[in-house]
Design a protein around this ligand. Sequence first.
Ligand SMILES: [Zn+2]
Length: 200
Amino acid sequence: MSYLKHNCCCKATAIKRIEYEIVPTKCFKVIRNCSGCGTKAQYINTKRFRVNANGNKLDVWLIYQCEKCKHTFNLAIYERQKPASVPKEEYNRFLCNDEELAEEYGKSFQFFKRNKAEIDSGTVEYQFIKKQETESNDTSKQVKLIIHNPYGLKLRPEKQIAEVLGISRSNVQRLMEQEIIRTEEISLLFISIYVDKAYI
Ligand SMILES: [Zn+2]
């Protein structure tokens, strides 16, 4: 009985939780050796596809291009795929170089990972989207703040927290020292902290 009662009271005072997600706003640039420049260079999304239908095998690439010398390289979307397994609607969008689709691939972390292409982390543009905010009648001074980083963008945790709270990084460090911000968990894909309500 006492256990049940305890469980119930915890639920009623569950701490308020706010969740954000980091979402890229622009296509990723790729860093790779460019044979034209003879050095590492930045490649950008041309928003053009290359489609090669050969018998019953289909290849589709998204074309990236060196910013300086226009050398191109292709990122594979489909390789030696049976044409029937590619959705007709998507296939038509490849043929007409659908810009929206090219941007979708250009912001898909998985797509670059699959192609073993190195994303230029320094130039990634992103925003924080609020995904969820729970209702709570909890009277404590703190809220739980969660930041999801599903793309695994290489951003320092203090930088992420500073940007969500709209304060400087040095301020975040000071608040951590004073335990006004307490870390629960920090990983590449996920940050969970407790923070004083006054800063939300
Ligand atoms: Zn080049």
